[in-house]
Design a protein around this ligand. Sequence first.
Ligand SMILES: Nc1nc2c(ncn2[C@@H]2O[C@H](COP(=O)(O)OP(=O)(O)OP(=O)(O)O)[C@@H](O)[C@H]2O)c(=O)[nH]1
Ligand SMILES: [Zn+2]
Length: 197
Amino acid sequence: MGGIKEYVNGKVSANREQIEYHVAKILELIGEDTSREGLLDTPARVTRMYEEIFGGYSIDPREALGVTFDESHEELVIVKDIVYYSQCEHHMAPFFGKVHIGYVPSGHIAGLSKLARLVEAVSRRLQVQERITAQIADIMVEVLGPHGVMVVVEGEHLCMCSRGVKKPGSKTVTMATRGSFREDASARAEFLALIKE
Ligand SMILES: Nc1nc2c(ncn2[C@@H]2O[C@H](COP(=O)(O)OP(=O)(O)OP(=O)(O)O)[C@@H](O)[C@H]2O)c(=O)[nH]1
Ligand SMILES: [Zn+2]
């Protein structure tokens, strides 16, 4: 993993005026009338939306996970069905679904809400689903040093639904395993069974 820059580079708020200007330009270039009532506030609204949907750039995911406790529990912990919304980096179209995280602690446990904060920090960016999955697993390893981590991400990609290949309802499932989950097929099977319940 690299330095803090790799994760924290949020610029939307600092560049608000420029973003508004360029959104208005795009509206013009697609043939819209930017002076009509319904579009008057659209550049500012889109910019505010960007602050939200790209808010992950302003958060270091390692800090999001930062609150940990020393605890001797060394059995599987799962937080499942964590809803996320992200934007695909190829089309800037939304993709969204659920993240399931399982880990076997080794001396440190994470505050449960912090796992959801970690998901927010890595997903509210331009992303690909595979990278969200791997980053969550790698940051869990880095911050908690667990015996093992397994992450499953389910996603529906609007760039595959409303355009292009047009296959609404298709789901992408990605998985990352680290440590004990990589070596132990029965641990993977146990995790997969528990997230299905
Ligand atoms: N692996 C992966 N691919 C993604 C993700 N999000 C979008 N894509 C894909 O990125 C690819 C970009 O392909 P291109 O051929 O460059 O773009 P395109 O011409 O718009 O492709 P189509 O979507 O097939 O129309 C598409 O196949 C998308 O489905 C993701 O999270 N992971
Ligand atoms: Zn896409």
